[in-house]
Design a protein. Sequence first.
Length: 134
Amino acid sequence: MKTTTFLGLITAVTLLMFGIAYLLFAKKYTDDTFQFINAGIAVSYITTVCAFLLSQSALMASVIKFMTHLFGSMFAKMIVGIAVIVVVIIFFGEYKKPYIFSYFVAYFLHTGLEVFVLMRNLQQASAKTEPTKE
């Protein structure tokens, strides 16, 4: 799958999550709380796009290099997410539950989509480099 296709797909999924969050939580929570729900989704989106682009660029270089970049980008994505969660807990404690919930729902959906696309691209790249059997 092309990078632009993935970016379009992940953006569509994220916009869908924003819409669902609005329908479910806009009337239930205050504007400030709703902004933290959206922030959780946005942080997950940004880190996923960065991690995907790093892994995808490594896949274009070599399949072996790809695995190192994949694990590194997943680790970095997790560390950034945890760091932002800690900041929210320390400075914005009253919004921690909605933020953490929305972040992890978005994180798991984004990561699942990212891994699916990367593994599909890895399979295609491996098929191109396999020696032919005669």
